[in-house]
Design a protein around this ligand. Structure first.
Ligand code: SF4
Ligand code: SF4
Length: 279
């Protein structure tokens, strides 16, 4: 079963939820697909036993064959290839490696070259626990290729947790694609509710089952609970804010190693999503 953990914005406790759920599972693989700012590894402190470079392809134009017909530029949605007056310009940072420009070129003037866009790190945590995270190279615009690679490597895992990028971008869509269930980490503030609604819309479009965990439940207001009830969305758990939690997180430690309260909450979420046998 593939379970994605996501949030409408950063800072809602998505990674905290991911790593603490992972820690409470007897057997699981966790992937951190927030490749622009991965931070699950700061809490899990595993040993890296392998790292792999991820490449993307970008177009190279043979100007002797190019007739400046403009078809590649018309096709590209990302302005990564632009036929100018005298030659075709390629902006490899903007290229999303879709392969389309070569297909539409009538003179076979386009070939592709590889470019490094990031890394994937494999870590062993303990027996039956594996953790992988991706890191996008500074200056690269899209981490989708790395996310797809992470998902492909782990597609046969029995229990896969996917720490997704925040928001509703292409990266988030790539992270949740194929998920059997999504857990939205939210907080009970006006901004938290507004951002969560966008995630709910995305998941409705993608037709994925989901539930919500409300973090810092003792702060903010009741609007989020009223919204969940009105929309018939399952509230998986609500977890209150305590100053000691902030200190534990700031030290890069797992809440479940220090708090039975949080451990019980994590086990309850696992039971609701996966059933008793996994908690
Ligand atoms: S491969 Fe796709 S994204 Fe990249 S330049 Fe060609 S059309 Fe644009
Ligand atoms: S589609 Fe091919 S021939 Fe036309 S402008 Fe692009 S590279 Fe040149």
């Amino acid at each position: 079963m593939k379970i994605a953990i996501l949030s409408g914005k950063g800072g809602t406790g998505k990674t905290t939820l991911s790593v603490n759920l992972f820690s409470c599972l007897k057997k699981a693989t966790l992937i951190d697909t927030d490749v622009e700012e991965p931070n699950s590894h700061l809490f899990l402190k595993g040993t890296t036993y392998h790292d792999e470079i991820v490449y993307k392809k970008y177009p190279v134009v043979n100007h002797d064959l190019c007739t400046l017909c403009g078809k590649c530029g018309d096709f590209c949605n990302f302005n990564a290839i632009i036929p100018a007056k005298k030659k075709v310009l390629v902006f490899d940072d903007l290229c999303h490696d879709c392969g389309g420009c070569r297909l539409v070129c009538p003179t076979n003037a386009i070939s592709y070259k590889d470019k490094k866009i990031g890394n994937i790190y494999y870590q062993s945590i303990e027996e039956n626990k594996q953790f992988l995270y991706g890191k996008l190279t500074v200056g690269e615009i899209s981490g989708v290729k790395i996310i797809e690679h992470l998902k492909n490597i782990t597609k046969k895992e029995e229990i896969l947790l996917i720490d997704s990028p925040p928001g509703t971008s292409c990266s988030t869509v790539a992270a949740i694609e194929g998920a059997d269930y999504c857990i939205i980490a939210a907080e009970p503030t006006p901004f938290g509710l507004s951002d969560m609604r966008m995630v709910v819309e995305l998941l409705r479009e993608e037709k994925v089952n989901y539930g919500v965990v409300v973090n810092k439940s003792n702060l903010g207001n009741n609007d989020i609970y009223e919204y969940l009830e009105k929309e018939g969305i399952e509230l998986l758990e609500s977890i209150e804010f305590r100053e000691e939690f902030a200190r534990i997180i700031a030290r890069g430690e797992l809440l479940v190693d220090h708090s039975d309260y949080v451990k019980d909450k994590m086990k309850n979420i696992i039971k609701k999503v996966l059933g008793d046998t996994y908690a």
